[in-house]
Design a protein around this ligand. Sequence first.
Ligand SMILES: Nc1ncnc2c1ncn2[C@@H]1O[C@H](COP(=O)(O)OP(=O)(O)OP(=O)(O)O)[C@@H](O)[C@H]1O
Ligand SMILES: [Mg+2]
Length: 287
Amino acid sequence: MNDVERTAVTTATWPAVGAEPAPALQVEALVKSFPGGRRVIDGLDLTVAAGEAVALIGANGTGKSTLLRMAVRLVEPDSGAIRLFGEDVCAARGRTLSRLRSRVGFVFQKHNLVTRLSALSNVVHGVQARRSGPRTWHQAWARRVDREEAMACLEAVGLADRAMQTVGSLSGGQSQRVAIARMLMQRPELVLADEPDASLDPRAGEEIMGLLARLARDKGLGLVFVSHHMEHAVGFSDRVVGLAGGRVALDRPAAGTDPALLEAFFDGPQATERVVPLRRVAMGAAS
Ligand SMILES: Nc1ncnc2c1ncn2[C@@H]1O[C@H](COP(=O)(O)OP(=O)(O)OP(=O)(O)O)[C@@H](O)[C@H]1O
Ligand SMILES: [Mg+2]
């Protein structure tokens, strides 16, 4: 990149002094079908502010995972716009796309850790968002600053004392904590978490969701998490967004929302009608 291009990118990317930060994620008129299938996402609009925590709910197959994957173009949309931190994800190529992706941390239901390696080595891998090479492969070869940062990430998830234990010998909840520590090591600005509480027992699931929400809030990170537990959706977010029919069919503040009421969202279109109008009451909209 020459100096002119670099200046252009810098000017386009950085907000002016005193300006509101760009939304962490902005999706407009998004459409996605899979070959031979129906439209999974059908004109979806969604904006997640910087630092906002959004719970994404919806029945199986409504496209929640597809939406999260499309946000970083692990799945290509058919049409529509996606912006991360104000930058056009769909136009990004090569290093620009890698750089954008590196600003987003993912936590999945299944943790995708290397089970034969220690917790610490797995967390060190998170630095690969910024740098590659053998010194990012194993804690023993890692730069001292990286090893120290990885230890601090393990400390943040309450697992400093398990640093040298292989992930294969940890419990499901502990492994998910390691996955969160690895994600923190990436230094993301937005966290996308797809059912991080799903494979865990109720207590561990709640602890993981609580930990993720607290870390995101303390570090000022945006957070979009999918959960089928309505108590988690309400308890750990600022805002609950429900998908149905390929679009946002429910969007309301978490505060004051009864988790039991959200269960009705899963009962079909008529029930959705009963749930959605409450948003207008809760948000005080006069229309
Ligand atoms: N790679 C793919 N190829 C074909 N169809 C797919 C693919 N990925 C997802 N789908 C389909 O798209 C729809 C939405 O899937 P998605 O996994 O996004 O749903 P979801 O809301 O995350 O569901 P769940 O709550 O079960 O996780 C489903 O019908 C699924 O079968
Ligand atoms: Mg899913």
